[in-house]
Design a protein. Structure first.
Ligand code: 2NE
Length: 270
């Protein structure tokens, strides 16, 4: 794990008073390829943004106009995963994908340049993608001896359909921003110079809306696809809401008062 003062491969910013956090993969010389450390740093930032009650939306992006993220850093790939300073091979980006998926706040991918390989999967895991007109999308795995048979395959098929997902993985072609838009991979395409202002505008529109509604909607949209794990997330939100109700509190209070609970005043709605 890492701490805030140890962030080296990622930049983390919060717009004061705005409710927006921005996580920037900061390895432009490698087209923002990630190492195990980059992933640990991103994970720390996402955890912080989740815990911070002032944050309502999180932007994930890459440094510079050339790349969002080019996937795993092939120069540190070893047998069994990507190898960091501790010499241990890791595929910790898979845990990061889950973290983004389960995070109860909207996460927006702001994509300029290449979003390829594991970088393409990261954008697919985000709730929304705003693309610059220079963005390029695709999977390279089969060309470099890799694949993601988890969300990288299943989430893609949900987004673009089975035929197109098989095309993307089997041929490992790259697609421009408009093609990605036509496939349903991204929400909008804007000129590069407007990428950040447009993304901020989307964040501000989201931030005007009910945080609880957004939280439950993200859970619900996940639950429809994630089986038991998705229901667990939605179920947790139901408990969170119930704990805030008088009815939920009556049970707890009765237990603490060592008396039988009295639920008689709570209506059974049709
Ligand atoms: C991204 C792309 C298409 C960009 O091409 P271009 O021509 O704009 O740049 P260039 O010259 O290829 O890259 C600039 C520098 O960045 C390094 C390059 O080696 C180069 O270094 P120098 O020659 O200047 O020293 N670089 C770029 N991407 C890198 C990477 N992923 N790892 C290490 N170094 C990288 C072009 O660079 C490209 O195709 N990159 C490779 C994309 C790729 O195959 N990614 C891995 C996919 S597998 C994966 O991510 C994965 C998975 O499938 C499952 C689990 C976890 C991860």
């Amino acid at each position: 794990t890492v701490a805030k003062e140890q962030l080296r491969e990622v930049r983390y910013e919060k717009a004061q008073g705005e409710g927006i956090a921005k996580i920037t993969i900061n390895r432009p010389e490698k087209r923002n390829a990630f190492t195990p450390r980059t992933v640990m740093e991103m994970s720390w930032c996402f955890a912080d943004a989740r815990e911070d009650p002032a944050i309502g939306v999180i932007i994930l992006t890459g440094e510079g106009p050339l790349a969002f993220c080019s996937g795993g850093d092939q120069s540190v790939r070893g047998a069994g995963g990507y190898v960091g300073a501790d010499g241990i091979p890791r595929l910790n980006v898979l845990d990061l994908q889950m973290q983004i998926r389960r995070l109860p706040k909207p996460v927006i991918a702001m994509v300029a340049g290449y979003a390829v390989g594991g970088g393409h999967i990261l954008h697919m895991m985000c709730d929304l993608t705003i693309a610059a007109d220079n963005a390029v999308f695709g999977q390279t795995g089969p060309k470099v001896g890799s694949f993601d048979a988890g969300y990288g395959s299943t989430q893609m098929a949900r987004l673009v359909g089975q035929k197109k997902a098989r095309e993307m993985w089997f041929l490992a072609r790259l697609y421009d921003a408009q093609q990605a838009m036509d496939m349903g991979l991204v929400n909008t395409v804007v000129p590069l110079a407007e990428l950040e202002p447009e993304t901020l505008q989307w964040c501000r529109e989201i931030l005007k809306n009910s945080p609880t509604a957004l939280r439950v909607l993200k859970s619900a949209l996940n639950a429809a696809e994630d089986g038991q794990a998705g229901i667990q997330q939605l179920g947790g939100d139901a408990t969170l809401l119930f704990y805030q109700s008088e009815e939920g509190n009556e049970g707890r209070q009765a237990y603490m008062d060592k008396r039988p609970p009295d639920f008689s005043r709570f209506k059974r709605l049709p």
